[in-house]
Design a protein around this ligand. Structure first.
Ligand code: UDP
Length: 363
């Protein structure tokens, strides 16, 4: 085996990527032959969407902070690529590691590939098969640019093969979901959120562009959530993008029966997940975390990348129409969760990722 020290540049930018990196970076640090350099693109920049996660989860401080945010997709991706390229030319890494499906992911993969630097993609192979989602475009292209594809499930592996997304010489590793590692590792350290929350309650998050950028869809969703408040209090940590969209349609969160709170840290989120009776979300991460915490999930979208949860009956896809959402919420709120099937690995995905990078020789 080649024992030369390997340099990995990790590209991070958005909240879910910080959570994934918290466990992977820790696993990488166990190998003395691996040096990790962290680049924060700045895509998420509010303290409680970014810095808080670094502090709570012990993620190494970024070596580079590019401070790029608040731009449309093209400009955001382009500027990130430009700055990431400068970092890569200076650092000359053996690998660039990217996570998930954001513009930071694609910018990192593209910048690396054009410099002939190998790309490792964590959470490869996920598909919604909805190309109207910016995330779907980012996923497909990043998979095609990657040399190592770390897939969380067998269906993700199939998607890579079926979609012809495997580049010549690239390798797939079915490792399980790194967010399962994170939930397992950090749950014992969960923290009560500052906001007073009475049980029972329904935990809700929503921020997908297709749900909040269209005013009619957003109104529908808010209408559904307000009706759900008659079943149980709805607690909703409010994503900055959603807050902005609400302002645009003149919706005042403070006047609503929905209990909107500021975005919380991961440790507070684990507390809310542990205490809630049901999860209502359009987030990819929350769908799995609901399952890891033994809660049913109602997904406010028309499709999901995490199809196994739906196949097992642990997650219901309801879209954004109140007449469909309400009866499903009523049914699952009253039902005792049972999750006999073990999905998405054994909670050691991050260790397998680190071991694979450690064992893969660099030329
Ligand atoms: N999350 C959090 N605080 C919040 C809302 C979400 O820590 O106020 C966590 C959540 O537990 C999950 C991740 O952020 O681990 C999901 O991020 P998001 O929904 O932004 O992205 P997605 O998973 O949809 O890509």
């Amino acid at each position: 085996m080649d024992n030369r020290k390997k340099k990995i540049v990790t590209i991070l930018g958005a909240r879910p990527q910080f959570i994934k990196a918290a466990v992977v970076s820790r696993a990488l640090s166990e190998f003395s032959d691996i040096q990790e350099i962290v680049v924060h693109t700045g895509q998420h920049f509010d303290r409680n969407m970014s810095q808080l996660f670094f502090e709570q989860m012990g993620i190494p401080e970024p070596d580079y902070n590019l401070d790029i945010h608040g731009l449309p997709h093209g400009a955001l991706t382009g500027r990130m690529m430009e700055r990431i390229e400068e970092v890569l030319l200076a650092e000359k890494p053996d690998w660039v590691m990217v996570y998930g499906d954001t513009d930071s992911t694609l910018a990192g993969a593209l910048a690396a590939k054009k410099l002939h630097i190998r790309v490792a993609h964590v959470e490869a192979g996920l598909r919604s098969f909805n190309e109207a989602m910016p995330e779907e475009i980012n996923r497909v292209l990043t998979d095609r640019l990657s040399d190592l594809l770390f897939c969380p499930s067998e269906s993700a592996v199939r998607n890579v093969h079926d979609g012809g997304c495997l580049a010549p010489g690239a390798k797939i590793v079915m490792c399980g979901d790194v967010m399962k590692d994170a939930a397992k590792k950090f749950y014992p350290h969960r923290r009560k959120a500052d906001a007073a929350v009475q049980v029972p309650f329904i935990l809700c998050t929503f921020h997908r562009a297709e749900n909040v950028d269209d005013s009619e869809t957003l109104r529908n969703l808010l209408d559904a959530l307000e009706q759900i408040c008659a079943i149980a209090p709805v607690v909703c940590p409010l994503h900055p993008h959603t807050r902005k969209s609400m302002e645009t349609i003149g919706f005042v969160p403070e006047r609503s029966p929905i209990r909107f709170i500021a975005p919380v840290g991961y440790l507070e989120m684990l507390y809310l997940l542990g205490d809630c009776s049901l999860v209502l979300t359009d987030s990819g991460g929350l769908q799995k975390e609901a399952y890891y915490m033994g809660k049913y999930c109602v997904t406010l979208r028309n499709e999901t990348e995490w199809t196994e949860l739906v196949d097992c009956g642990y997650n219901r896809i309801v879209g954004t129409v109140p007449a469909v959402i309400l009866p499903t919420v009523r049914e699952l709120f009253a039902k005792t969760p049972e999750f006999p099937v073990e999905l998405y690995g054994d909670g050691h995905a991050s260790e397998l990722i680190a071991k694979t990078l450690h064992q893969t020789p660099v030329p």
